[in-house]
Each structure stands twice: as structure tokens, then as C-alpha cells.
Design a protein around this ligand. Structure first.
Ligand SMILES: Cc1cc2nc3c(=O)[nH]c(=O)nc-3n(C[C@H](O)[C@H](O)[C@H](O)COP(=O)(O)O)c2cc1C
Length: 78
């Protein structure tokens, strides 16, 4: 899947993401269909790579993956 670059991450956000690397705390991931219907699913396999790229492991995504393929914008809560 293509990389969608994050616009800006504060140092605090990076710290939380790096802590999550080691603990596998699930973060709610919000996506939306191209019509804008929202969907939220917990994701634990999330890693910060480089300055502004998240890797998210697709183990069990169904609607999440379908939404990302038609609308690549997503949001996380950590
Ligand atoms: C604690 C927790 C962590 C999870 N982490 C992931 C993950 O990293 N990757 C993944 O694909 N699914 C993960 N799942 C499973 C998805 O959240 C779950 O299959 C969900 O129903 C997918 O939603 P969707 O069908 O709306 O995409 C996790 C589930 C839980 C409860």
C-alpha cells in the first residue's frame, strides 16, 4: 500500500509512539469510506518509521482496509 505521510508529529507524539512500540497498546484507528462513513478499529501493531511514516500491520483488517483503499486518510488516538 502507498505511504501516506503524516503532516506533523510533536516530540510528545513521537515519545508515545515509541513507547507503544514496546508495549503493544492498542490504539483506535479511524478510517472512512469514500462516502464518509466512519469506522474505528483497535490496532496494536503500529510502528513509527522515519520522521513521518506509520507502519500498520494488517492482520485482521476488513472494513479498515477497504476504507483505506478508497480513502487513504486515517486518524489514530494514542
Ligand atoms: C487489542 C487489539 C489489537 C489489535 N491489533 C490489530 C492490528 O495491529 N492489526 C490488525 O489488522 N488487526 C488488529 N486487531 C484486530 C482488529 O481490530 C479487528 O479484527 C477489527 O474487527 C477489524 O475491524 P475492521 O473490520 O473494521 O477493519 C486488534 C484487535 C484488538 C482487540
Amino acid at each position: 500500500m502507498e505511504n501516506i505521510h503524516i503532516v506533523a508529529l510533536t516530540d510528545e507524539m513521537k515519545e508515545v509512539l515509541h513507547k507503544n512500540d514496546q508495549k503493544f497498546i492498542a490504539a483506535p484507528m479511524a478510517t472512512a469510506s469514500k462516502e464518509g462513513v466512519p469506522n474505528v478499529a483497535p490496532m496494536a501493531s503500529v510502528w513509527l518509521r522515519e520522521e513521518a511514516t506509520l507502519w500498520i500491520c494488517d492482520n485482521f483488517m476488513v472494513k479498515t482496509l477497504q476504507n483505506l483503499q478508497e480513502n487513504p486518510i486515517a486518524a489514530f488516538y494514542f
